[in-house]
Design a protein around this ligand. Structure first.
Ligand SMILES: [Zn+2]
Length: 380
């Protein structure tokens, strides 16, 4: 099996020295400032002049800010992180325009995730160690798994989350071996009771500990709500909430990585629904489930892994009535409230709501792979 070379991010925890932490704090301060100021500039131009400020415009502004009296300190950090901050903002706007997320928000010190990206001219990788520009000591990285043999990192992103933990994400080339082709296919329904339901009838539930973590989170949030604003105890309580949040997110991501790797390895075609998160969030009962399931993150995992292993992910039109259509005879039920978990079709078929939906998603997905995009199933 021939290997393919792909760019891949490897993420590790690291522990900065006091000096490194201090320098990073200043760099983060600058990236946050640039992000917020560019955001304010873009919002103002739009609301007052109906004018769209582009990434290139903000990049020119940045050059000016570095010369301005009052913000000359922006010239201190390496150039890379500040440019990347503007690019991140551009990405946030693009997701907003595609209706995938809400309007970009200002970054707040200690509340948002801080990050700084360094390109190959701003760091060195030698003897298995990463050293950032203007730092005398290499980063003390906990290498939980090795970088691939002979890897040449092209980009390094250093971040600090609301829990005060530091991570470094290293972009490097890796060789992936395509999996042998298979004739197995699967449909996937992002459900309500189960996390995901497969057309095979398998239900994949939330990660272990999720319920207990949720209960702890609710408890910590109640404690936080009772603390006086601005007090030390409130800051402590907030950190506790952030820690539980972070743990839930870490475990969920880990769970989704395992699930997506498995599905991609086992199946040639994976059919999913093209859910628009924004539209579903309007429905309150679904909103938690959707954010829990981190649907868009999961979808992108499936897509890039499918690409690595020579598989295909087909996303079908979200307006296709996958829950209401009988996967046996194609009849469409007139209504299907969310509370209905099981139903019987006129043809006599008894359906589990989610398994039936997953089967329909698979059927449409296979029609699309066979006939090309834009093809509609017969009964819509
Ligand atoms: Zn039927």
């Amino acid at each position: 099996m021939a290997g393919r070379v792909v760019k891949r991010a490897f993420k590790y925890r690291f522990y900065p020295t006091v000096m490194q932490a201090d320098q990073l704090a200043r760099t983060f301060g600058c990236t946050r400032y640039v992000y917020n100021r560019a955001l304010a500039e873009r919002s103002r131009a739009w609301s007052q002049e109906r004018r769209r400020v582009t990434y290139a415009d903000t990049s020119k502004m940045l050059t000016g800010w570095k010369r301005d009296a009052g913000t000359e300190w922006l010239a201190e950090p390496s150039k890379g992180p500040l440019q990347e901050s503007l690019r991140q903002l551009q990405g946030a706007f693009e997701r907003f325009w595609r209706k995938q997320s809400r309007y970009p928000q200002f970054k707040r010190k200690g509340r948002s995730r801080d990050s700084a990206t360094f390109f190959s001219n701003c760091f060195t990788y030698r003897g298995g160690q990463i050293r950032l520009a203007k730092q005398s000591e290499p980063l003390d990285i906990r290498w939980s798994r090795p970088l691939p043999e002979g890897a040449v990192p092209s980009q390094v992103t250093v971040s600090r989350n609301a829990r005060g933990q530091y991570h470094v994400s290293i972009l490097a080339e890796d060789t992936i071996t395509e999996a042998p082709s298979t004739d197995r296919v699967v449909g996937l329904d992002a459900g309500i009771t189960s996390l995901y339901t497969l057309s095979t009838g398998e239900k994949v539930t939330n990660p272990r500990h999720e319920r207990r973590d949720r209960a702890r989170l609710a408890q910590a949030q109640r404690v936080l709500a009772k603390k006086q604003k601005g007090s030390r105890n409130r800051a402590k309580a907030r950190l506790k909430v952030a820690k539980i949040h972070g743990r839930i997110a870490d475990r969920r991501r880990d769970h989704l990585h395992k699930l997506s790797t498995r599905l991609v390895r086992e199946n040639q075609v994976i059919a999913i629904e093209d859910l628009s998160v924004r539209n579903m969030v309007k429905n309150r009962s679904l909103s938690r489930v959707i954010s829990d399931a981190s649907w868009s993150e999961f979808r992108s995992m499936l897509e890039y892994k499918a690409d690595w292993y020579g598989r295909r992910v087909v996303a079908i039109d979200r307006f296709y009535p996958s829950s209401k259509t009988c996967s046996v005879c194609g009849a469409i039920a007139s209504t299907m409230p969310l509370t209905v978990r099981e139903w019987t079709c006129r043809c006599g078929a008894v359906h589990d709501r989610d398994v039936n939906a997953a089967k329909n998603i698979l059927a449409v997905g296979l029609t699309v792979t066979a006939c090309g995009d834009g093809v509609r199933p017969p009964h819509t």
